[in-house]
Design a protein around this ligand. Structure first.
Ligand code: IMP
Ligand code: MG
Length: 184
């Protein structure tokens, strides 16, 4: 539960501004365009957290591509990974012999992406890579690293630009930290 003092007022600190996000996504889109030109990649959005990053990133990808969506849960409403990953919605597309890029909001313990990469790798894609907007490498519990990363963040629970606390704050256009005094 959070004591609400106003959407923006609940945020103690802005870590990444809207402009910094825009510049970084543009840079990553250019890089992916260079690496995947002519390969018709499939971008996989891991719902719900990567929704804004995904939609901004694919619009910076300047060649043919397809998109698909996957939904899994591991967190409930808390801030600590339960270690259990459950697929709520699987991909619609067959990814055999396709170049697949998993688009994540944040890598924390790595449990989610470790599970997802094993699941998708078993379907024999031509290649499988991970792009994450944010990475908290200090907290990793699995031997897995992103292939592309936007920003390294310190070990704080962050919200905004898709990331939530108890399903709130996904609509903030920046990434920030909730005032922990408000969490009851
Ligand atoms: P992991 O399995 O521990 O790497 O966690 C991955 C998922 O946990 C992410 O895709 C997020 O949905 C969520 N998560 C991890 N850290 C944060 C955070 O600081 N804020 C919001 N969600 C987070
Ligand atoms: Mg996520």
């Amino acid at each position: 539960m959070i004591e609400r003092t106003g959407l923006h007022n609940d945020i103690a600190e802005v870590l990444i501004t809207e402009e910094e996000l825009r510049d970084k996504v543009r840079e990553l889109g250019k890089l992916l365009t260079k690496e995947y030109k002519g390969k018709d990649p499939i971008f996989v959005c891991v719902l719900k957290g990567s929704v804004h990053f995904f939609s901004d990133l694919v619009r910076e990808f300047d060649d043919y591509c397809e998109i698909d969506f996957l939904s899994c849960s591991s967190y409930g409403d808390g801030t600590v990974n339960s270690g259990v990953v459950k697929i709520i919605k699987d991909l619609d597309k067959n990814i055999i012999n396709r170049h697949v890029i998993i688009v994540e909001d944040i890598m924390d313990s790595g449990v989610t992406l470790n599970y997802l990469t094993n699941l998708l790798a078993a379907r024999n894609p031509a290649s499988l890579k991970i792009i994450t907007l944010l990475d908290k490498p200090e907290r990793r519990r699995c031997a897995i690293q992103p292939d592309y990363c936007g920003f390294i963040v310190e070990d704080k629970f962050v919200v905004g630009y898709g990331l939530d606390y108890a399903q709130l704050y996904r609509n903030l256009p920046y990434v920030g930290v909730v005032n922990t005094d408000l969490i009851k």
